[in-house]
Design a protein around this ligand. Structure first.
Ligand SMILES: [Zn+2]
Length: 159
């Protein structure tokens, strides 16, 4: 028993250090999310903390999301440890999916956004759907129960 204690303490310490590094590695993306979220707060938006993330919704955040290529059908978008949602309800629906993206940001760090965009270009050039066939999205959809709206993955991103 006594032997297990220091090992547990070391394991806990390593976990804390690893989590700190994950936040640091993803922080350039989180910073971008915080800027957008802050503008959202200035324009009537709200913020809430859920798990390892800060979630912003409403105000300029919702306005901005509706102007992405996915338009009105977008529920949420992850930037590092910040999740931007079109509404509180949308965040509740999309959270599990977005947390997969959070883990991707923790793995890819500053390379995440360029890698994501490049993956979309590659799948599009191969005649597939730039959003739904993106391997980062496939991983998130495969790992969770979220389906696009009420459609299955074969229906594609239609409203
Ligand atoms: Zn996604």
């Amino acid at each position: 028993m006594a032997k297990g204690r220091p090992a547990k303490t070391v394991a806990r310490l390593l976990h804390v250090v690893a989590r700190g590094l994950a936040y640091l590695w993803a922080s350039p993306n989180s910073a971008l999310g915080l800027v957008i979220g802050f503008v959202g707060l200035l324009t009537g938006g709200k913020v809430q903390r859920r798990g390892p993330t800060l979630e912003f919704y409403g105000g300029a955040v919702s306005w901005l999301l509706s102007r992405t290529p996915l338009g009105q059908s977008i529920l949420a978008m992850t930037l590092g440890h910040v999740i931007l949602g079109s509404s509180a309800a949308a965040l509740d629906i999309a959270r599990e999916h977005e947390w997969v993206h959070v883990r991707q940001y923790e793995r890819w760090g500053p390379a995440m956004i360029p890698a994501y965009l490049l993956a979309s270009v590659i799948v599009f050039l191969r005649g597939k759907r730039a959003y739904r066939d993106n391997p980062f999205e496939r991983a998130a959809y495969d790992a969770t129960s979220l389906r696009y709206g009420n459609f299955t993955e074969d229906d594609g991103p239609t409203r």
